[in-house]
Design a protein around this ligand. Sequence first.
Ligand code: ADP
Ligand code: MG
Length: 468
Amino acid sequence: VWNNCLKIIKDIVEWQHYKTWFEPIKPVDIKEQVLMIQVPSQFFFEYLEEHYVNLLAKTLKRELGKEARLEYRIMVDSGNGKNGSMDVPASNAKIYSNNEMDFPLVINNPVKNPFVIPGLKKMQIDPQLNPIYTFDAFIEGDCNRVARRAGKTVAEKPGANSFNPLVIYGGVGLGKTHLVQGIGNDVKRLHPNKVVLYVSSEKFINQFQDHSRNNAINDFIHFYQLIDVLIIDDVQFFSRAEKSQDAFFAIFNHLHQSGKQLVLTSDKPPKDLDGMQERLLSRFRWGLSADLQVPDYETRIEILERKMKNDGLDMPKEVVKYVAYNISSNVRELEGALISLLAQSSLNKRDIDLELAKKVLRNFVKTSSKEITIEAIQKMVCEYFDVPYEKLLHKTRKREIVQARQITMYLAKAFTKNSLKTIGEHFGGRDHTTVIHSCQTVKDLMDTDSLFRENVMELTQKVQLAAM
Ligand code: ADP
Ligand code: MG
């Protein structure tokens, strides 16, 4: 049965993905219409559930009929060297038209689960942590020192420190999720009996709304009150969910009073969280808020080098410096650039050198920002100088219009990838020498005429913003 499924899957998913996610799966058991497959890790299981559960369900139904169900056996490294396994049903129950309300987070299978201490009925809650996000891999720099150190303290003494709640805030891609998952992973490592749960605020809100529809809010709140270290990512999304805030408030109070740890992240400082109840904001102030900033050049180099070391990669120092220097917005972009570079190098079977880096980064910047069109620039300039669009295109000798046209060509040359010829064509069929001449005139005028320079600078800013 499984082999037949694989045949179908192989045709559908990309080869690389097939090799990574499907080859390691072992079918272990089949009873009537229930197939059990064994997967190497929790992470693996979650990845399959997230990305392939529909595909798996469909193929399985083809083989086993409408009532087909899938179960997983997850091989777990229990940390003491011994491996165990636990069995869980495919959590995405809706696919199997099973509308029972469930907590997908709870793996409550005391008989088969090797981690339940006999005689102690303890609920097993999957912490929902990605093991790759460790503290160790989180590079420290001036940009994150306070947040990282506070996180370390929290992980060592969860609940018993003055950073409760610990609120980590900062822009996208600066490491909020990594840092708080690192805290969670460290708590599990240092205090294996503590119940840790990582949840995004969106997931929390969805669960809450499900339970609220089913008149089961109390169950929801009780579930969360079982947790020793509760990590909620991206709390800014609570601002649109008044009722969820009430539930969160109740949970927060209960956990805080019982000496349990709360760790929260947000994309802005708590005081700027619009739409958040004041009583919640005041509780956020009980602990510590620490921000993550854009890493400086040295830290960016270190992050790149660590990443390469982890993945067993090597590239010349000058390339590392080049990437770190040019990608300064956030860490996610930095990693993205590194991945593109590796992909290009393996695709073209050539070593990574500065030349390749330059090429790839050019593409990278291009794909990460919007491509602005000549027309859009023309509109902006017309608006700015209050010049009718037609006049910009056609022969007019009026000085203001000539200058507006020249500036537009200059900006089109600077901010689009169009050839001089194409740019000329957009101005009523002028040729490329006119464009060159215009660009030169603009540069000269910027040197000599300060009002002109100001105008061009202001327009440049507008175009840059539009291209972001
Ligand atoms: P956020 O949640 O703030 O948007 P993430 O935690 O998802 O950001 O981080 C984006 C990527 O950058 C992740 O792959 C993460 O591992 C990496 N990263 C961020 N900060 C660091 C750091 N200080 N050291 C190493 N990797 C980092
Ligand atoms: Mg995040």
